[in-house]
Design a protein around this ligand. Structure first.
Ligand code: G1P
Length: 297
């Protein structure tokens, strides 16, 4: 099996109800951290990892995503004419090569496993990545790149992994570890959203995967699992039982759960503070806000 990963699936069909009313008219993936939509962070990470084909699994009401990835020719011409080179460069850096993006509709919200399965024909017989854009990861070396490098060594299937507090394990897919090698673990089982007392460890799956195309056949037969949805976690667990290897990679970086309001705000602060042009003013503002809150307590 070839170990170069050039295709990635972005499941973006979710309704984003946790961000209503904002998501009444915009897909949650268009919500911005500082000045870039969530989806741009996911695309940039995929590109850094060598991904060339981008497969979006969308749903009704996600048209703004397609527009976002269209080239803004008029806007580019306008910026060029008015000599706004820096903005022009920013805009052009988001342009995608013609034919590099494909959109598939998930007609029913049947779960992450089903969303991935919807892309089976585009994936064909190659290993592929899955990126959940809600999970934004700040890292010196982008998370998927770390995974692609590790995958080139070991093959099989790989998930990004992170230790979480035991009482939070029930929000994640959780790994049952057979061999802990430090940065990497070998996995002998996986459970989607276990009760805290049933969690096999506190090592949780974060939304980055590199999967063998064989998983599509498994997904084909998958019955619904946790939450009544067809779970990707269950399909990966079945691959292990069939004798396929699954590894968890403890990536280096900070993960933000931008599918939750608290996580989104935390990411906004972290990415704001990471920007040279904003840092001083923003930091002062945050300090004064905290001082005011403390005085009021
Ligand atoms: C999904 C996966 C879960 C994983 C999580 C990471 O869950 O099903 O295994 O741990 O993403 O963010 P969701 O958060 O979509 O419920």
């Amino acid at each position: 099996m070839k170990r170069r990963v050039t295709k990635a699936i972005f499941p973006v069909a979710g309704l984003g109800t946790r961000f209503l009313p904002a998501t009444k008219s915009i897909p949650k993936e268009i919500m911005t951290l500082v000045d870039r939509p969530l989806i741009q962070y996911a695309i940039d990470e995929a590109r850094a990892a060598g991904i060339k084909e981008f497969i979006f699994v969308t749903s009704r009401g996600k048209g703004a995503l397609e527009d976002y990835f269209d080239h803004a020719n008029e806007l580019e011409a306008h910026l060029k004419k008015s000599g706004k080179e820096e903005l022009l460069e920013t805009l052009r850096s988001t342009n995608m090569e013609s034919g590099a993006i494909a959109y598939i509709r998930q007609h029913k919200a049947l779960g992450l496993g089903h969303a991935v399965w919807c892309a089976r024909r585009l994936v064909g017989n190659e290993p592929f990545a899955v990126i959940l854009p809600d999970d934004v990861i700040a890292a010196e070396k982008p998370c998927l790149q770390q995974m692609v490098e590790a995958y080139a060594e070991v093959g099989g299937n790989m998930v990004a992994a992170m230790e979480v507090p035991m009482d939070k394990a029930s929000s994640y897919g959780v790994l049952d570890i057979s061999d802990d090698m430090g940065a990497m673990v070998s996995v002998k089982g996986m459970v989607e959203k276990p009760k805290a007392e049933d969690a096999p460890s506190n090592l949780a799956v974060i939304g980055r995967y590199i999967l063998s195309p064989r998983i599509m056949q498994t997904l084909n037969r998958m019955k619904s699992g946790a939450g009544g949805e067809i779970q990707l976690t269950d399909a990966i667990a079945e691959e292990i039982h069939k004798g396929d290897k699954v590894y968890g990679l403890r990536f280096r970086g900070q993960r933000f759960d931008c599918g939750s309001k608290a996580g989104f705000l935390q990411a906004t602060v972290a990415f704001g503070l990471a920007r040279d042009e904003l840092r001083d003013e923003f930091q002062q503002f945050l300090a004064s806000m905290l001082a005011i809150r403390k005085a009021a307590e």
